[in-house]
Design a protein around this ligand. Sequence first.
Ligand code: SF4
Length: 357
Amino acid sequence: MASLVVQTSFLGDVVLTTPLIAELAKRGDVDVLTTQPGAQILANNPAIRNTLVYEKRDRDRGLSGLMRTVRRVRHTGLYGSPPPSTGDTRRPENYYETAYMAQGSLRSALLALAVGVPHRIGFDTSSGRAFYTERVAYKPDRHHAERLWWLSMSDCADPPLPEQIRPRLYPGEEERRVVDRLLEDAGIPRPYIVIGPGSAWGTKRWPFYPELAKLVADHFPVVVVGGNGDVMLGDTVIAQLPSGRGLNAAGRLSLLASAELIGRAAALVGNDSAPQHLASAMGTPTVTVYGPTTPEFGFGPLAPQSATIGLANLACRPCHKHGPARCPLGHWRCMRELSSRQVFETLMRTLSTAETA
Ligand code: SF4
């Protein structure tokens, strides 16, 4: 019997679901229903049999898109592979015994119900919980990777070891080749430091990465990662660096190639955002800069020798689950009062801990 993992949340959540997937793969086949970026980041994962894409806000939006996805998932569960373009005459071999609802929306719950998966397990706090057959306690004081991992365990199981809840990504030969060429063309030697200055939420973007990059460039080359929307931000970060000391790779790499680039770095410095999860999955020491959110929400770095930094005594912190678009108080002190020197010193301490580990 196979399992279906439903995870159509943000990219970081998809990365944090990989320990759950690895645990389930010890028991049988695992298929994953996720977003297009999620499918890209999960490529080559040896624990996954099939990755199915549900573009809930694009191609598959609305009821017709939902039902089309239901048919695709049902076929994959029955036959062990996605529907071919021509008629399929194979006999059904296996079916999903359990759906693990790593994403807890009502829509996802209805999808798993419509697919016909008999056991549907999710958190007792999720919007779709009325349609689950088993509700697992959401543990607010644990890392989210651990919370997701508990979906596969009974309450009496031993807590996981750190290695059991560390996410994993699997860049392949193509990603290695692309990163080799990128670094070689730019003349960037190892060791280098990766900076991830972007975030989908405006208040989570620490504004002093250009100053930090100047401090770092006296010791290491700096490489910026990010998506297409971070290209201008990346240009700003490396603008004042001497020739050969900075490279803006934002918008130039696939998600898995970005993971490969991060995996080769001495450390990553970034916001409470997707790059820190890529670093966790690649085991790269991480410094995460926190503003309106805190590590206690359960989304901090998991790589060994990682650190977090944020203003400890600011009464308005944290102010939002994700980080608002604008500071509701107008002053944005949580980020503006964190200096580049403080973050640089945290990075240097992290590097020296990693060296002696
Ligand atoms: S209210 Fe406080 S924690 Fe929230 S964005 Fe403003 S300064 Fe940061």
